[in-house]
Design a protein around this ligand. Sequence first.
Ligand SMILES: [Zn+2]
Length: 249
Amino acid sequence: MKLDILAFGVHPDDVELSCAGTLMIEKKNGKKVGIIDLTEGELGTRGNAETRKLEAANAAKIMNVDIRENLSMADGFFKNDEAHQLKVIAVIRKYQPEIVLCNAPEDRHPDHGRSANLIVDAAFLSGLKKIHTFSNEQQIEVNTVSQKEWRPKYVFNYIQDRYLNPNFVIDISEVFEKKIEAMKAFKTQFFNPESNEPQTYLSSPEFLDSVIYRSKMFGKMIGVKYAEGYISPKMIGIRSFDVLIKENT
Ligand SMILES: [Zn+2]
């Protein structure tokens, strides 16, 4: 299946926190959208790989995305090296997205910046035809030809925990309630008064509030209620001023 937009997150829930609204808006616009989680988030203080797998599947249903896969890389210890790049290249070639979304270039969790570098590098390398990847998970050449090269046209970093100045923001007001619902599908991770697990940075009620405030702040910048912000390493081209939101700000 070819996708229009493929969002990568290193931990299941990164996408929900940062770009779920955009995926749902694009899905409403008739686009095909998917999510790739790099790790199972097995080092998280609360929950475990099993609970997070279930939560990720529930969130995917709420967001109505076309696919969600997990590359089972090691939480905390994956590297931006050839073996990991080949895994990412294989999924980019499989889904041939026009646009890739990935973690923030730097963030509170060191995995986020490393993941962003891995995705940006792999998205470029994916366009080189002399790099051979195969459609099976082990990347073993068995009676199969190499996948066709594919380079996404844009890779955008979403903004997650640390404040970074966005290059552009997308109005997600229409789907904001659903974004919060998708976040809350991660019952073990975020504020849940019924949980007996240790409190963490993520599980306080203040953390949930901060996600809402951030969306409001990005929304205010363009005169809408809620928005998600992105950084583009590359110059963005538009065909017409018609795509611009024209509100008093
Ligand atoms: Zn994360």
